[in-house]
Design a protein around this ligand. Sequence first.
Ligand code: NAI
Length: 308
Amino acid sequence: MKVTVVGAGAVGASCAEYIAIKDFASEVVLIDIKEGFAEGKAMDLMQTASLNGFDTRIVGVTNDYSKTAGSDVAVITSGIPRKPGMTREELIGTNANIVKSVVEQLVKYSPNVIVIVVSNPMDTMAYLVHKATKLPKNHIIGMGGALDSARFKYRLAEALNSPISDVDGMVIAAHSDSGMLPLTRLASYRGVPVTEFLSADRLNQVAEDTKVGGATLTKLLGTSAWYAPGAAVSALVQAIACDQKKLFPCSVLLEGEYGQKDVCVGVPVIIGKNGVEKIVEVKLNDAEKAKFAESTGAVREVNKALAN
Ligand code: NAI
C-alpha cells in the first residue's frame, strides 16, 4: 500500500506519523509546496523508525508529483488552517484553488487513487474533488465525522466519568460548528443508551461542547488541532489498507440518500478496500431530519462559492 499525504504541515505530518507507527503501509510520500519542508519532516519521522519499531518508508518531496505515482490512497491536507475566531468556511477562497490544483496532479499520476479530503471547508472541498476529477464516487472521502465523533466520545466519557472505550456515539451532517449533528439519542455507554445516565441538559452541553471542539482547540493553540485529525485520517487509511469494513461518518456524495442529492455531507459509511463500500441510512427522528436538512442547506450555500 502506497499512501501520499499532500501537505507536510501539522495535520499531514501527524497523519503520516500515525500511519507509519501502525506499520500497515509500505510507503508514505509526504509532499509539500514549501521547499525542503516535506523532506525535513520525512527525515525526522524516519529517524523515529528504529525507536518506534516500524518499517514503513517515508519519503519527502517538494512539489514533484511523479514521486506519488501509483498511490493507492492520497490524503489532501494542503491549505491554510483557521485562526482563533475564524470559521472553516472563511478558508474557501485560498483552499479551493489549492485543492483543485493538487487533486489534478494526484490523479494524473494515480488515476485510480482513493482520495481522503481534509482541507477545510471540508464538505465543500470533497464536492470540489468530485467536480474536478472523474474519480468514481466511492473513491472520494471527506474526513470530518470520524474526528467529530472522537471528540463526541471524549465529551460523553467526561460527562459519564467513564473510560472513553466504554462509550459510543456518532456525529453526522456538516463538518462545521453550526452544522454538526451529534446523535445524542443513539449514543451509548456499554450498550445502554446514555439518556439513562445523563439529563437532557447535560446531553445538550455534551453536544454543544462537541460542536465547538475544533474552535476550542484553535483558541487554546492559536491554530487548529493536529493529533486527533491525524489519528482520524490514519484510521480511515488503515480501514482501506486492511479492508476492515469499518463504519465511520464521512462526507460523501449523496444521490438521494437522506433525502439529499448533489452534495457532500457527513453520513455513516462502511470503509474498506474499495473506499466507500456502502452508505448506511440511519432512521432519524423528525428533529434530527430537520437539523440534517438545515446543515446540508448551509453546505450548499458554501458550495456556491465554487462557481465564482
Ligand atoms: P498547516 O499550515 O500546518 O499545513 C498546511 C501545509 O500545506 C503547509 O505545510 C503548506 O506549505 C502546505 N501547502 C499549501 N499549499 C500547498 C500546495 N499547493 N501543495 C502542497 N502543499 C501545500 O495546516 P494544518 O493545521 O495541517 O491544516 C491543514 C488543513 O486541514 C487546513 O485547511 C485545516 O483547516 C484542515 N483541517 C481539517 C480537519 C478536518 O477534520 N477535516 C481537521 C484539522 C484541520
